[in-house]
Design a protein around this ligand. Structure first.
Ligand SMILES: Nc1nc2c(c(=O)[nH]1)N(C=O)[C@@H](CNc1ccc(C(=O)N[C@@H](CCC(=O)O)C(=O)O)cc1)CN2
Ligand SMILES: Nc1nc2c(ncn2[C@@H]2O[C@H](COP(=O)(O)OP(=O)(O)OP(=O)(O)O)[C@@H](O)[C@H]2O)c(=O)[nH]1
Ligand SMILES: [Mg+2]
Length: 446
């Protein structure tokens, strides 16, 4: 007989966070499924499941048991590799464990049921990383980098996300915060001891710091949104008059028959979207209805939608055919002359024939270069989210006001507000309301 415990193994009294669990591996047929467990009480749960605690941080093969209510031996659920990570040296900073199970649905549900019986509860999206944040193991910007790393589809996205998870942006933002903190301390001294003879350089120096920070932040914000665009992916719209070969070009770039091609003008009506990778950035190519005046109301709706996509696009690929370059072309459009197997392209224009394949290699290079220019190369630790941009804009705005105002109290207040906005960025100050939004974007098990 084991002593009757009032509190299940995974639930500690006095308001401690409960033990959570989730599959860290994806759904679908697989050989192995990793069940992640974290929280104070994970040790007791592991003892119950495996009959003892494995050596910390060493893989070992264990039977996984569901115990009977009367404390008997119970049922063997799986024979699995088990890892025990005592806190604080774990991903979450808490006591945690991993069960590397056979990925059968009955194994997984059997283990999940056993965990619930032991007082653990299923984790919410991002909850493991949220606990890592709560333990101070990473800041908000790094946590968002981990979410991006999980979503990264291209090498450039992966590089950007990993640098962010490793703290590249956080170091820059923390450096700004540290300089601002020092300037604010000096400003507070000027406010608190106006009659003392503080050296005049103190005020000059702090004004220099404010102006310097404001300029650095402004330059950082003027980055053409490269990091945000790389994270989100680009949209390239293919537009032009009817029948010039827009849908043919989309199919050639996508290397599949996504759009209907026909010799009749006005074939495409709905916008057709295809995801490709260009210049290491994810690009959604949008094929659109040929632009012309038309009596056909369905085609007219297609034209309306085409113009909408032109406005939304990061880049417009303007296709035409024949010797005359069209007028009314957007400033950053990439001009492409198709059907050069029939009529030569005007000088200085990228000429292609989707039919013969001529010029396609060059066009791919031009598109890849544009995609790279839009997403990479400006900043070592770029802005990657609207949330970050908004916080830095707010900081810079308060710094500009602080620089403009000679009243010590007003200047001090603006500097405090700047400090707050910057603190919310990394999660150093009053972020409780933000956390659901930030961690809700994660998948379960992260
Ligand atoms: N099996 C498994 N693989 C994984 C993870 C995991 O949780 N489990 N990760 C989860 O995202 C990533 C790796 N991240 C991790 C980060 C920290 C620690 C950790 O235990 N850190 C301790 C000890 C470090 C050490 O070995 O010296 C620490 O920092 O104190 C583990 C994984 C990717 N691969
Ligand atoms: N000679 C020649 N014909 C081409 C070439 N590319 C496409 N075509 C033909 O041009 C016609 C129109 O092609 P689509 O791709 O449907 O043209 P579109 O611009 O999408 O036309 P809409 O959807 O009607 O606006 C088809 O008959 C294609 O086979 C090319 O490089 N050379
Ligand atoms: Mg078409």
């Amino acid at each position: 007989m084991t002593a009757a415990t009032e509190v299940p193994a995974g639930r500690h009294g006095d308001g401690a966070a409960p033990v959570i669990f989730a599959l860290a591996t994806g759904a679908g047929r697989a050989a192995i499924a990793v069940m992640r467990i974290s929280g104070a009480g994970s040790d007791a749960i592991l003892r119950s499941l495996c009959g003892g605690l494995p050596e910390p941080r060493r893989a070992s093969l264990r039977g996984i048991w569901r115990r009977d209510a009367d404390g008997g031996q119970g049922v063997l659920l799986d024979r699995a590799v088990v890892l025990w990570f005592p806190g604080p040296n774990s991903y979450t900073g808490e006591d945690s464990a991993e069960l590397h199970l056979h990925a059968g649905p009955a194994v997984i549900s059997g283990v999940a049921d056993a965990l619930v019986a032991l007082g653990a509860r299923p984790a919410e999206p991002g909850e493991f990383t949220r606990r890592a944040f709560a333990s101070g193991r990473l800041d908000l910007v790094q946590a968002e980098g981990i979410a991006d790393l999980i979503d990264a589809e291209t090498e450039a996205q992966r590089r950007q996300a990993l640098a962010q998870a490793d703290g590249a942006q956080s170091r820059l933002y923390e450096d700004w915060a540290a300089r601002l903190r020092t300037a604010l301390a000096h400003q507070e001294a000027l406010i608190d001891f106006p009659d003392e003879d503080l050296p005049p350089e103190v005020e000059d120096e702090l004004l220099g710091t404010i102006a310097g920070l404001r300029d650095e932040m402004q330059a950082y914000l003027d980055d053409g949104s490269q990091g945000e665009r790389l994270r989100r992916g680009l949209v390239f719209a293919i537009v032009g008059e009817p029948n010039v070969g827009k849908s043919s070009l989309l199919n050639a770039l996508a290397q599949r028959d996504a759009a209907i091609v026909s010799s009749r003008a006005g074939t495409t009506r709905d916008a057709i979207e295809v995801r490709v990778v260009l210049g290491d950035a994810p690009v959604t190519l949008v094929d659109t209805a040929g632009l012309r005046e038309t009596e056909d109301e369905i085609e007219a709706e297609g034209v309306r939608r085409a113009l909408f996509h032109v406005k939304q696009a990061d880049c417009v690929i303007h296709v035409f055919s024949g010797a005359a370059v069209p007028d009314k072309v957007g400033p950053d459009s990439i001009m492409v002359c198709n059907k050069i197997d029939e009529v030569a392209a005007p000088p200085g224009i990228t000429g292609i024939s989707v039919r013969s394949g001529e010029g396609m290699e060059t066009l791919r290079d031009v598109l890849a270069q544009r995609a790279r220019d839009l997403t990479q190369g400006r900043a070592a630790a770029p802005l990657t989210r609207a949330r970050h941009r908004a916080a830095i804009e707010e900081t810079a705005r308060h710094l500009a006001r602080a620089a403009d105002d000679a009243w010590p109290e007003v200047r001090g207040e603006e500097m405090r507000l700047a400090m707050r906005a910057l603190g919310r960025l990394t999660g150093a100050v009053d972020v409780e309301a933000l956390l659901d939004t930030v961690f809700g974007q994660f998948c379960i098990g992260k």
